[in-house]
Design a protein around this ligand. Structure first.
Ligand SMILES: Cc1cc2nc3c(=O)[nH]c(=O)nc-3n(C[C@H](O)[C@H](O)[C@H](O)COP(=O)(O)OP(=O)(O)OC[C@H]3O[C@@H](n4cnc5c(N)ncnc54)[C@H](O)[C@@H]3O)c2cc1C
Length: 533
């Protein structure tokens, strides 16, 4: 066995296993914070396999904060292509139901005009996982403190009070990597989770579908329904096979999903769904399973889990990868803070408390949306009723804005909790600054986004021209070594929408505390939000 010594006692500060979108997002977040991080991935290279294709609005806000939103958009679907959803018998027949959804360009116009904080700063972006992963990989590789190693498989780990020793097989014999923390972002079958003995609970293997990836040069321009070339994103067929067709980011690639027993049935099913003769190539066929599962724990000792390793949802609602990116950014700053010495013992402990509740709510939201989809699909013999039911039920899959933006951390030891709080809604986003919530997006004077004004540490927003004395709080953060700044936002609109003069934000833009006067002993607040007490 070889020991890879990178420098000093530890080879790296954080070892991340799995370069799916979640592991890559975590590596980028850590790298941007200057944390030494090694990412190991067992695949030799990113693969051209279809999976997710929609980054939701919250993920795009996170990518904006990482400085990569523009790159993601440039690689993804063109901004003017709409995201409409159709229920059809075949593409060459009049649609049974048309649910229009805005293109990125249209959504941006709506966001630009929004003055009540009910919309995100960034619209969603359609980008296929096989496009996103190589892009994130190139971003991670460019960060000086990040090492990315493909063809490197996690084998096992052991941990003690101060370190984790991980055995990996990288193009040869097993070697060891010693790190301060290990994070398993190694997907649904996570070997890291299994070695921790953490179980997934819920409903597994609910339905098996075949998925085919098709390349078709002419389909986008020839879609016979709707107006103009390229009319939508999802085409659900009202049939007994749960068939649906999804446009991918290039508009030349399409995935077809259907309950079929045999790979060979996929090409005829694709042709039947189109109903128009086109030249195409089938690039891939595989099976995937629908699961609604949540891990009992997200961490044990110095080992953490994120993404599909701890939550598996049905893609209805698109909360899988998006939920995992949320895990990554909750964990990233807490690891960095702990490694740099200003994060107290409760900070890393809060990761499981904050993110597992979101995982549970996302599993429930996904169940709710998929039951709706199952309900209208069961009516495929009765099209009249199907359309009326689908007009209500299908929307649940496509209108999850509350689940995307409205998640709030309840009962976290590092948030100054207020008793009660608004209900969690999946289909409606009601902006709030209740502690634990994401700071709602507002435009400031000159059409500047408040999110862009906020730095990477803790920020005390002083709103509406409050004259509150902030030096004592500043001093308290400084004494802990935690990054802190005061940001004066005189705009009346932000004060009105946020409802308080003072809002303390964490590095991840979640509200840690709010009020009109600072507490008499601000040291207690600083100690609480940094996880010291
Ligand atoms: C058809 C379909 C459509 C979907 N659409 C959406 C969508 O629109 N939006 C959305 O948010 N989600 C969607 N999802 C879900 C999304 O694809 C997953 O949630 C996402 O891939 C999870 O990312 P991850 O990084 O946690 O795990 P993964 O993407 O599974 O990545 C895990 C990585 O770990 C690596 N790995 C595993 N074991 C080891 C090991 N022992 N050593 C080293 N490396 C290892 C794997 O090779 C892999 O690269 C969809 C899923 C499917 C199946």
């Amino acid at each position: 066995m070889r020991l890879i010594i990178i420098s000093g006692l530890f080879d790296t500060e954080v070892l991340v296993v799995g370069a799916g979108p979640v592991g890559l997002a975590l590596a980028i977040d850590l790298g941007e914070k200057g944390v030494r991080c090694t990412l190991v991935e067992r695949k030799p290279d990113p693969q051209f396999l279809p999976k997710m294709e929609r980054c939701n609005a919250r993920t795009m806000e996170i990518f904006r904060r990482m400085g990569i939103a523009a790159k993601v958009r440039a690689a993804g679907l063109r901004a003017e292509v709409p995201m409409d959803v159709y229920i059809i018998l075949a593409m060459n027949r009049p649609p049974l139901l048309h649910l229009p959804y805005p293109s990125v360009a249209e959504a941006r116009r709506q966001i630009d005009a929004c003055t009540d904080a009910t919309m995100p700063l960034e619209p969603y972006q359609l980008i296929s996982q096989y496009t996103l992963e190589p892009l994130l990989k190139s971003v991670a590789e460019a960060l000086p403190s990040v090492t990315v190693r493909y063809g490197c498989e996690f084998v096992s780990f052991s941990q003690d009070r101060d370190s984790v020793t991980t055995r990996v097989r990288c193009h040869g014999p097993v070697s060891e990597i010693k790190s301060k923390y290990l994070v398993g972002c190694d997907g649904g079958a996570s070997a890291v989770r299994q070695q921790l003995g953490i179980a997934l609970d819920g409903e597994g293997d609910l339905l098996r579908l075949r998925q085919g990836l098709f390349y078709c040069e002419e389909l986008f321009d020839r879609i016979p329904i709707g107006k103009g070339p390229g009319h939508g994103r999802h085409y659900h067929v009202a049939d007994e096979r749960s068939t649906f067709l999804i446009m991918q980011d290039s508009t030349r690639h399409w995935t077809l999903h259907a309950v079929l027993d045999d790979d060979r049935a996929m090409a005829p099913q694709f042709e039947k769904t189109l109903g128009v003769p086109v030249k195409y190539e089938m690039l891939y066929v595989g099976e995937w399973k629908q699961n609604l599962l949540l891990a009992d724990h997200y961490a044990s000792g110095r080992v953490f889990l994120a993404g599909d390793a701890v939550h598996l949802v049905i893609p209805t609602g698109g909360l899988g990868m998006n939920g995992g990116v949320g895990d990554a950014v909750d964990l990233g700053w807490k690891l960095a803070a702990t490694l740099r010495g200003w994060g107290g013992p409760k900070l890393l402990a809060s990761y499981e408390i904050e993110r597992r509740q979101v995982g549970a709510r996302n599993v429930a939201a996904s169940r709710y949306a998929s039951l709706g989809r199952r309900k209208w699909r069961s009516l495929w013999r009765n099209l009249g009723e199907l359309v009326a039911v689908a007009d209500v039920e299908q929307r649940k899959s496509n209108e999850m804005i509350g689940a995307e933006l409205g998640y709030r951390y309840v009962g976290s030891p590092v948030i100054a909790d207020e008793p009660g709080g608004p209900e969690h809604e999946w289909l409606r986003y009601v902006p709030t600054t209740w502690p634990g919530a994401r700071l709602p997006h507002v435009w400031l004077e000159g059409h500047a986004a408040i999110q862009d004004r906020i730095g990477q540490g803790y920020t005390l927003l002083c709103l509406g021209g409050t004259g509150e004395e902030t030096a004592a709080l500043e001093h308290s953060f400084k004494a802990l070594g935690a990054p802190f700044e005061v940001l004066h936002i005189p705009d009346a609109i932000a004060r009105d929408l946020y409802g308080f003069d003072l809002i303390l934000l964490r590095p991840d833009l979640h509200v840690a505390w709010r009020g009109n006067r600072l507490p008499a002993a601000p040291g207690g607040l600083a100690a609480l939000v940094t996880g010291q007490t």
